[in-house]
Write a protein that binds this ligand. Sequence first.
Ligand code: GDP
Length: 305
Amino acid sequence: MALAVFKKLAQGLSRTRQSLASTFQAVVGSAEVDEDALDDLEASLLAADLGPELTGEVMDAVRERVRSGSTGNALNAAVREALRGSLPDAPEPASRPADGPWVTFVVGVNGGGKTTTVGKLAALEREARRKVMVVAADTFRAAAIEQLERWADRAGAELAKQKSGADPAAVVFDALRAARSRSIDSVFVDTAGRLHTKTNLMAELAKLARVAEREVPGAPHEVLLIVDATTGQNGLAQAEEFTRAAELTGVVLTKLDGTAKGGVALGIHRRLGVPIRYVGVGEAVDDLLPFDAEAFLDGLLGDTD
Ligand code: GDP
């Protein structure tokens, strides 16, 4: 991982790291670990939003090592190992289709950062010199279409849109058709976060996927769920809804920079069954980083030299 990217991640995690640092140091830095220090560590893991289950597992591992006389580096390694087990490496994305564009759906509740992430992903693809189209399939909010338009300009991507209130399935269908005829390499679809009821939203997403499949075999190749880190464990409960609707391929954990609850990342795979693919660490176009488990733990536990 490039140093600049690593620094950004460490900076994005700074609030979470600060809230863990003192209790973590009290445990791994002392020659004899007492029960108070362990209780404090447990409280701060919960505050960092690791969730009760993972916190319990980490504390069991730490207590076992303490009982067998481990201190310092050995304890540090025990915590790290317990956390690492909950963060699988992201699998390689599926290979690009030989014919037709690579299609990514971005889904999640409103306000989580879907449109922003679509813009950032488009910019990443542009950097790789690919032809990119972004699709305004959230037709329920006029503001969302305008916002996506600004991101398309910024990223140098084409924009597929229809008027506010248009049928999202028709927007996706027309967009993919245009993308094929214009030899677009990558398409990012910004979907709605809310319709009238949750059931409708999930049915709508499934329908969009069927429409995409018909137009581009194998599409959507990626369905990325946006999880807003500031909502912590509560956000995960909402996110679970989406696992029923679409075949998610990964999570983008946004707003890590604005929260001390970055530990929520560690519970995502267990809870949602999909790996984290990217993390958002700010509002600027280059504030989206590919997820790297080791770098994430370095950023979380303070080993940032
Ligand atoms: P959507 O409703 O899901 O499309 O969410 P938006 O993309 O409109 O984002 C909602 C707000 O979150 C905007 O103000 C974004 O600038 C902000 N946002 C998105 N991602 C990040 C991030 O990684 N860090 C921070 N600090 N803000 C973010």
